[in-house]
Design a protein around this ligand. Structure first.
Ligand SMILES: O=P(O)(O)OC[C@H]1O[C@](O)(CO)[C@@H](O)[C@@H]1O
Length: 553
């Protein structure tokens, strides 16, 4: 599909002019636009309600953003994605995470694969294994039930199931305890195994490529731990290791019983893969029913995204607003502030989803962009963040648009805590939007010298995303909302949101440097830049023991 240079469009210049005009209009003035604003900016999608009325936009801005989306062919790209087109152009692949959550029969045949049957066959095998692990009929080599499931993976093979397992902690009681390991720092595996016994432990090795250094290293250490107690027999791997990969051959070569390998496909990007067998440990944690509800919630958002008109389409609105701030108002970051402790890992999950997808500076047609793309995403659960970094959000010099996520149902008692939590969320959104002016400070008797310090400028945009409860369906819808928002932004910018070439060089260099840090090769005479050579020398000598004071510069 032809890539449009968005900057060449007339509407781009109109949006630049719109940004210049709106820059100094107080949010309070925009909000006074009235009921039409509500019609345009309060949207129901899936099981979520999004109130975006406190965004720095007016009716004209939304019209211009809509036109930008039309002219950059967002709808056409969306159709191509759902239809199986190879929209991941640099890897020449289809992009099919939406098919993972479609009901049977709801996906096309792509590149010769009957996607729907393939997806549902794996789901059934996963469910069967998850049930056996949960009811204790899957036993280890000594005949004991599995009490700990440790999922080993990194990036997209870790963040999704890890984030969702915490979010859905209140669901699916009764199965084995589920832990996650991603860092090659041995501390990570060590901590996941505290209190575990090899005879009662099962590892799930998750790697799309089955080539990722961290994961293979951790999986090798996990096998050694199992074998140190259970022996070398092939049944140890067969009963205690499951693998998830699109490279089934490599997983089998690693020794995993083919019956325990759950496959997925090239058309599923790592950061879009929680819906696939990558979520196996999550399925063990919440039960197959919970996992299927997660898929159903995401599918509801897919249907909304696919069928609703652009001007009432929540992911389209979310994506265009994020793009508005990033590209036209110069915001470098945006904050995700979940007022739910169990959503604590959502910001880090969204970091990979958004930054690995849209942290690009070359368009699909190979041209360098001359406008800002992907924002930095960050955040912490409220109210913790309030006592840490909100000062900057309220009075700093940087524009930080924020999503404030609120769950209506209390997650635990006493309910009053939850009501206070939500009061804080709404209060913060109010303070960000409207601030406090000098006149009201003076009227409250604030000494004149403190008035400038206490003034709250306001006009800091946020949306409130309301969830009725934190449950599999709503979480599925929430994740899919962000996925499609990322899609819309990437589509307008004309970039490939589904590749990640920028992570490759670091991996290659780490492979080259490993023989030096392990001491297998000597730095002397090696073709290394002086800083790297020096750092390795320090590392090797300090690794033998801490330096003496007099050796320090
Ligand atoms: O699933 P794999 O192949 O082990 O890759 C893990 C992660 O590494 C990355 O390639 C980035 O380094 C991610 O895109 C991916 O999710």
């Amino acid at each position: 599909m032809e890539t449009v240079d968005p900057r060449s469009l007339r509407v781009w210049r109109e949006l630049e002019a719109e940004a210049a005009e709106l820059r100094d209009v107080p949010l309070g003035t925009l909000v006074a636009e009235g009921s039409d604003r509500e019609r345009r900016l309060v949207l129901d999608a899936g099981l979520l309600r999004i109130d975006a009325t406190r965004q720095l936009v007016r009716a004209r801005t939304l019209e211009l953003l809509g036109e930008l989306a039309r002219e950059t062919k967002v709808v056409e790209l969306r159709e191509a994605m759902f239809g199986g087109g190879h929209i991941n152009t640099t890897e020449d692949r289809a992009v099919g995470h939406v098919w993972l959550r479609a009901p049977r029969g709801g996906a096309p045949v792509v590149d010769g694969i009957d996607v729907s049957s393939a997806v549902h066959d794996v789901l059934e095998r996963m469910a069967e294994a998850a049930v056996r692990l949960r009811d204790g009929s899957w036993t280890g080599v000594t005949g004991e039930r599995i009490e700990r499931v440790v999922s080993i993976g990194i990036g997209g093979s870790d963040l999704g199931p890890r984030m969702a397992a915490l979010a859905l902690e209140a669901f699916g009681h009764g199965g084995p305890e589920v832990r996650f390991v991603s860092n090659v720092d041995p501390v990570d595996l060590e901590r996941a195994l505290v209190g575990a016994e090899p005879a009662r432990t099962l590892f799930v090795v998750v790697s799309k490529t089955f080539r990722t250094l961290e994961t293979l290293q951790n999986a090798t250490a996990a096998l050694a731990w199992l074998r140190s107690e259970l022996g070398e027999g092939p049944e140890v791997v067969a009963r205690h290791v499951v693998a998830v990969s699109s490279n089934v051959e490599a997983a089998t070569a690693f020794g995993v019983d083919p019956a325990n390998v759950f496959g997925f496909w090239d058309f599923v990007g790592g950061r879009y893969s929680v819906w696939s067998a990558v979520g196996f440990a999550l399925m063990v944690a919440v039960g197959p029913e919970g996992f299927l509800s997660l898929l159903a919630g995401a599918h509801a958002m897919d249907e909304h995204f696919r069928t609703e008109p652009m001007d009432v389409n929540a992911p389209v609105l979310h994506g265009l607003l994020m793009l508005w701030y990033r590209t036209f108002l110069g915001a470098q970051t945006y904050a995700v502030l979940p007022y739910a402790e169990r959503l604590a890992l959502l910001p880090s999950y969204l970091q990979q989803l958004t930054m690995e997808s849209n942290g690009k500076s070359v368009r699909r047609d190979g041209e360098r962009v001359d406008y800002d793309t992907g924002a930095i995403v960050w955040g912490e659960p409220g109210t913790k963040g309030q006592h840490a970094f909100y000062q900057l959000l309220h009075q700093g010099t940087t524009l930080v648009p924020a999503d404030i996520i609120v769950v209506a149902e209390a997650q635990a008692g006493p309910e009053r805590h939850h009501d206070l939590l939500v009061a804080n969320a709404f209060a913060q959104a109010q303070a960000l939007a409207f601030g406090r002016d000098e006149a009201s400070l003076r009227a409250a008797g604030v000494p004149e010298r403190l008035v400038p310090h206490k003034r709250m400028p306001g006009s800091r945009p946020s949306s409130v995303v309301m969830m009725p409860r934190l449950a599999p369906e709503t979480l599925g819808a929430l994740i899919a909302l962000y996925e499609h928002s990322v899609f819309v932004q990437g589509a307008v910018w004309g970039i490939d949101s589904f590749d990640q070439w920028g992570v490759e060089l670091g991996k290659e260099l780490a492979d080259q440097l490993a023989p030096f840090t392990t001491g297998e090769r000597d730095v002397e005479g090696a073709d290394l830049d002086p800083t790297t050579a020096r750092l390795i020398e320090w590392y090797r000598s300090w690794r033998q023991g801490p330096p003496k004071r007099e050796e320090m510069p």
